[in-house]
Design a protein around this ligand. Structure first.
Ligand code: GDP
Ligand code: MG
Ligand code: ZN
Length: 284
């Protein structure tokens, strides 16, 4: 029978089979290679347990938290308090791009941000090829749009502490008090850091209770030879050399198209690219 891994708690996995959740220990052969979000072949051993026989091919695997078959990552940043840190945002986007995971940029706290700010960031990221929405977890602005975007999907949240991720989950699912409480930073009795649960949403689909990339050390996830291809919009401008670093090469299409005009590479995006390349050791 086919099952869906919906939680990990210590060594145990929770596997949903035909609407019921069973407990399982992965077989030795599969240990370390079954993740929350995986689809698995199981046999039911008693009314509480299943044995995992095999793992179906996964579409993707998010590295932090380790979740498989992610349909969408909500990359949540606040526009104010704290101000949007676009170096952090671009590092997350590059990692998601590398893993083939779709991103929706969620700009939160629109209630306290000047309209120029939100329009500017929205322009920069829409222009880079991303889907962007502005919301307020407090006033509820944009939440209906967001619900439509996550309906039926397996969703993980990512972004810095203080961006409003917990507030957002609470606003989306007010009936979920107990579980949202577990997301707290220093909550007592919180499950251990490697425990992960996919919470079923009222809109069909799941949201992961563990957000990712509150901080990012880019070098743990991306090699400097990979980064040139992980900025989506760079691909629109071919370079003379296929292994172009977009830092200094003659005939570089990226360097020739940096401008604040629509359709070009925004200078803010190129700025973070250089900073990330520096962190990756490509620039001294
Ligand atoms: N003004 C405003 N404050 C917000 C909004 N969303 C969250 N906050 C506040 O931002 C702080 C951090 O929110 P929290 O959900 O804990 O962020 P997390 O660390 O990403 O989970 C809290 O004080 C929230 O009340 C919003 O849309 N507008
Ligand atoms: Mg939180
Ligand atoms: Zn180039």
């Amino acid at each position: 029978m086919k099952g869906h891994v919906v939680y990990k708690k210590g060594p145990h996995l929770g596997v949903e089979v035909e609407g019921k959740i069973y407990i399982s220990l992965p077989r030795k052969r599969l240990k370390g290679n079954v993740f929350v979000g995986d689809f698995v072949e199981v046999e039911i051993t008693d009314d509480r347990h299943v044995r995992i026989l095999d793992v179906y091919e996964r579409r993707n695997l998010l590295p932090k938290p380790k979740v498989a078959n992610v349909d969408l990552t909500l990359v949540v940043f606040s526009l104010r308090l704290p101000d949007l840190d676009n170096l952090h945002l671009d590092a997350i986007l590059a990692i998601l791009e590398k893993h083939g995971i779709d991103a929706l940029i969620v700009l939160n706290k629109s209630d306290i941000a000047p309209p120029e700010d939100r329009e500017r960031w929205k322009f920069i990221y829409t222009n880079a090829g991303y889907d962007v929405i502005t919301i307020s977890a407090i006033t509820g602005e944009g939440l209906d749009t967001l619900k439509d975007r996550i309906a039926g999907k397996t969703v993980v949240l990512a972004g810095p502490s203080g961006a409003g991720k917990t507030s957002l989950i609470k606003a989306l699912m007010p009936d979920l008090n107990l579980k949202v409480g577990r997301i707290g930073r220093h909550g007592r009795g919180r499950h251990t850091t490697t425990d992960i649960t996919l919470i079923r949403t009222p809109f069909g689909g799941y949201v992961c209770d563990t957000p990712g990339f509150a901080k990012v050390e880019i070098s743990h996830f991306v090699d400097r030879r990979e980064l040139p291809r992980l900025y989506r919009e760079f691909g629109r401008f071919p370079c003379k050399f296929s292994d172009c670093t977009h830092l200094h090469e003659p005939g570089c299409g990226v360097l020739a198209h940096i401008s604040e005009e629509p359709g070009y590479i925004h200078p803010e995006r190129y700025r973070t690219y250089k900073l990330l390349m520096r962190k990756l050791g490509a620039i001294r």
